[in-house]
Design a protein around this ligand. Structure first.
Ligand code: CMC
Length: 427
């Protein structure tokens, strides 16, 4: 085999050869699918830092250079030239829409934006202080009960139908959760409004009073959604694919993905950033918290900093920072928190601890400030992440389904437990 690597077992000199598979962009991979049958050993990769879990044509990230592309289009170009629904269409349909295609896609989403009235009763089952991510996870799982019968999971037309339904219903579910938790009347989708505008409308309106939505607010939220639309094989997407590999209902896969995204190391970080900025409170306190973040004996971490893949400035954070600064004069950004955030960034980008570990601001560092200015409650920030990410998850799920054979995800382990607990001599 010319395109291969040879592994030598130094214990006995045995050699094994494994093929190298080339990518169109980014590192090649060593195909170790036959590693165990060939060598009798497993590979060990804690947190999958060096493991490609699938072949994919959707999203490319170069973490060293800070590059993110969806189906070959850079995120900077998409952010500058397209809207969220263009990117949703691109992820699901593998191409950017024409003007006509986008028009009918918007219409299709509008007509699917309502939820079955029976689902509204579900909101009453949760305590008032329930975290919205838990509620959303339950809502999406519940949605599978409405679209389970007669559903052919092997038919691409049906996949697309499922994807469009879920994308369309997410803003309604999120807004309904909020209205219900506040005791406010539910505001139904307004079919004369665009996708992103409709969400803000359902969040803020009251019957018989006109809600005043600024164009710039809608644009800002639309960009936040777009920047979250997909991000390769992160923890939640890997969860969606893993559950998908068992042939589970797609909404059950997405519900599991929401659970994975909730954690503060992942999508929960945007909520964590704002809470942390509020806790730090003033520019004068920043040094104290930077010291804590650097202290190995202190579990405190700077929220919104660092990334498993980006060892450079997260390109999404760069776009959001530019937008945040453009918005200052237009919407009500919390100036004190902004000052604290700027000071943290200034210190961290010049401090050896952060520089040597390649810890740069990630997407969550600035999204929280923008969402707060858009009057989104802090505990709903991760819900906005979900609204943006659903198309990416559905595209990844559909890609999984399009493969000829789906292999159930079933990793192995390095067992380090007792050999025989019934036998006292357990050596
Ligand atoms: N503050 C202080 N130190 C940090 C931070 C941070 N935010 N992030 C990483 N480090 C240190 C860490 O202590 C370790 O130091 P050492 O090598 O001395 O032990 C080193 O940097 C490498 O960290 P790691 O935890 O091994 O890196 P990872 O790739 O496993 O974790 C991460 C990535 C995002 C979980 C982590 O950087 C983190 O916890 N960041 C804060 C939470 C956050 O902002 N998450 C959002 C991620 S972006 C949105 C998304 O995709 O969900």
């Amino acid at each position: 085999m010319s395109n291969s690597v040879t592994l030598t077992d130094n214990r006995n000199g045995k050699q094994y050869e494994f093929p190298i598979l080339d990518s169109t962009l980014g590192p090649s991979v060593i195909d170790i699918s036959n590693f165990y049958p060939t060598t009798g050993m497993f590979t060990f990769d804690r947190g999958y830092t060096s493991t490609a879990m699938c072949r994919s044509k959707i999203t490319f990230i170069d973490g060293e250079k800070g590059i993110l592309k969806h189906r070959g289009y850079s995120i900077e170009w998409l952010a500058e030239n397209k809207n969220f629904l263009d990117v949703v269409y691109l992820l699901l349909n593998k191409k950017l829409p024409t003007k006509e295609e986008l028009g009918s896609f918007k219409q299709e989403l509008k007509t699917r934006s309502f939820i079955n009235e029976k689902m509204i009763r579900l909101f009453s089952a949760f305590p008032d202080k329930a975290h919205p991510m838990a509620v959303l996870q339950a809502c999406v799982a519940t949605l599978s009960t409405y679209y389970s019968r007669d559903m052919n999971f092997d038919n691409p037309i049906e996949y697309m139908e499922l994807a469009k339904r879920l994308v369309a219903k997410m803003p309604t579910l999120a807004a309904f959760y909020y209205r219900h938790s506040m005791g406010y009347p539910l505001i139904y989708p307004d079919l004369d409004r665009g996708f992103t505008e409709n969400f803000l409308y359902m969040m803020r309106s009251f019957p018989h009073s006109r809600v005043d939505l600024k164009r710039i607010e809608v644009k800002a939220l639309d960009s936040v959604l777009m920047l979250h639309a997909d991000h390769e094989q992160n923890a939640s997407t890997t969860t969606v694919r893993t559950v998908g590999s068992t042939h589970s209902h797609p909404y059950s896969c997405i519900s599991a993905g929401i659970g994975a995204l909730w954690g503060h190391a992942h999508g929960g970080a945007n909520e964590g950033v704002i809470k942390q900025l509020e806790m730090i409170g003033t520019v004068e306190n920043v040094d104290k918290y930077i010291k804590k973040a650097k202290d190995k004996n202190d579990p405190f971490r700077l929220m919104g900093f660092g990334h498993r893949v980006y060892k450079n400035y997260d390109p999404r954070a760069r776009v959001l920072k530019k937008m945040r600064d453009e918005l200052i004069s237009e919407i009500d950004i919390d100036e004190n928190l902004l000052k604290v955030a700027n000071r943290i960034e200034e210190i961290a980008l010049n401090d050896d601890y952060f520089v040597s570990r390649n810890l740069y601001p990630n997407v969550d560092f600035n999204s929280g400030l923008i969402l707060k200015a858009l009057k989104i409650p802090t505990d709903m920030f991760a819900v906005l992440f979900v609204m943006g990410r659903v198309p990416g998850w559905m595209a990844q799920w559909m890609e999984l389904k399009e493969q000829d054979t789906i292999k159930i995800v079933r990793p192995r382990q390095l067992y380090i437990g007792p050999k025989d607990s019934l036998n006292e001599n357990n050596e």
